[in-house]
Design a protein around this ligand. Structure first.
Ligand code: EZ4
Ligand code: CO
Length: 426
């Protein structure tokens, strides 16, 4: 069939002759797609969907890999459209993570074929380094401040601050036994997300207690660390729009860089109400899969940072499309980068971050030593910035022999209930 496999125009990438899915758990579960061309060039893509890993692995193995074999690896855009339109069933985190993995691996191959790091193919550098933010967590304000101090000493320019809420036993993002070392070093798995939990742990949530507490955390942080460090806070989708508006207003004196995921974003129009009431900037998008999840938010300028990622939003090709739309509307990027996104995703994110005109911030939680060993990579941290690899392609790989030593372990994100037992957004 002319046009679909490279007969029109010479193939510069070679045909795809093999592809496989590698599932490994060097502390957390990661799903990786590896694509191999007839010229022996390999590319990798992250396909990890925390808590639903095997659904994406099966989607790739059963439905995607069979149609990839024989395709021209150089046709990144065409392959994206083929997988997106060809499925008929569009969008959704499983589908889009699978498409993302293919897309990311093909960009890796194209970079290697061209002999250039991927960011050069995206237009080259727009900045010297990628500003990242770290996670300062503490069960108490004192412990959270110690964690902030740790990041400031390491040179971080931006820190996300989360604390326990007095009266609540556990808060997602922090738990009673969260130590400074655990929250700032290479915590292999959040303590509230146990390794052997096929069934989610349950926590109790109180919006009232939370709203009373949070301003005191940032009052303290500003008093201790001064006006220049960028401070961020993640609400984890727990509030209604009017509650989020109140929180945003109460945080205005502390000049936050952003208030993240203030409300569940299923109803994009909900953000209008928050926007009318507060100048605290808003970031959202870590659970977004496509540009359609963000369209109203971006075009109506209801948010300031769009946090979509390479792995969950259709790969480098689609993420670039989202960020380009955002650029038209004064919205900057702020990509999700928790440790449940693999080093393959982080490597890819850095190539996008360094190239786009409207980069804002990149989330960065260090992976475990075991994870870093399974995914050898060339990106590096220095003085608050991450720098993408200068190797051709993404500059990251998977050591399949090592990966095989860490078999998959069932795991789940926790759920939240209100004090009377009602299920709540976490
Ligand atoms: O809850 O990555 O901003 N970061 C976050 C993360 C997410 C997890 C979900 O898998 O909110 O901690
Ligand atoms: Co978040």
């Amino acid at each position: 069939m002319a046009g679909t496999t490279g007969e029109v125009g010479r193939s510069v990438g070679g045909r795809i002759v093999d592809a496989r899915v590698i599932v490994t758990c060097p502390g957390r579960n990661f799903v990786t797609l590896k694509i191999i061309t007839e010229d022996g060039v390999t590319g990798v893509g992250d396909a990890t969907l925390n808590g639903r890993e095997l659904a994406v692995a099966a989607y790739l193995t059963e439905h995607v890999i069979p149609v990839l074999i024989g395709r021209d690896s150089a046709r990144i855009e065409d392959t994206w459209q083929y997988l997106y339109r060809g499925a008929y069933w569009r969008r959704g985190p499983v589908t889009m993570s699978a498409i993302a993995a293919v897309d990311t691996a093909l960009w890796d191959i194209k970079g290697k074929v061209a002999g250039l790091p991927v960011y050069q193919l995206l237009g080259g550098r727009s900045r010297e380094g990628v500003t990242v933010y770290g996670h300062a967590n503490g069960d108490t304000i004192d412990n959270a401040m110690a964690a902030v101090a740790h990041y400031v000493e390491l040179g971080y320019k931006a820190v996300r601050v989360q604390t326990g809420v007095p009266g609540l036993a556990t808060t997602y993002g922090v738990s009673k036994d969260t130590t400074v070392a655990e929250s700032t070093e290479r915590a292999f798995r959040y303590s509230y997300e146990p390794a052997d939990a096929a069934i989610p742990t349950e926590a109790v949530w109180s919006t009232q207690r939370y709203l009373e507490h949070v301003p005191s955390v940032f009052a303290r942080a500003r008093a201790e660390f001064g006006p220049h460090v960028k401070l961020l806070h993640d609400v984890h989708h727990r509030l209604t729009p009017i509650e989020a508006a109140r929180l945003g207003k109460s945080l205005e004196p502390y000049g936050l860089t952003w208030m993240e995921d203030p409300v569940p974003a299923d109803l994009q129009e909900g953000f209008r109400l928050i926007r009318q009431h507060t100048t605290t900037p808003i970031a959202v998008g870590e659970v977004f899969n496509t540009i359609w999840d963000a369209r109203t938010l971006i075009t109506e300028q209801l948010i300031d940072y769009i946090r979509a990622t390479v792995v969950h939003a259709g790969g480098i090709t689609h993420l670039r499309r989202i960020f380009d739309l955002a650029a038209l509307h004064h919205v900057r990027s702020g990509s999700h980068g928790a440790t449940d996104l693999s080093p393959v995703c982080l490597a890819a994110a850095l190539h996008v971050d360094i190239a786009i005109p409207n980069f804002g911030l990149q989330e960065y939680m260090r992976h475990t030593d075991e994870t870093d060993a399974v995914f050898p990579h060339g990106y590096r941290f220095a003085d608050g910035y991450l720098h993408p690899s200068e190797e051709p392609g993404l500059g990251v790989d998977i050591d399949e022999v090592l990966a095989a030593q860490y078999p998959y372990q069932p795991a789940s994100l926790p759920v939240n209930r209100l004090e009377d037992g009602t299920m709540h957004d976490w």
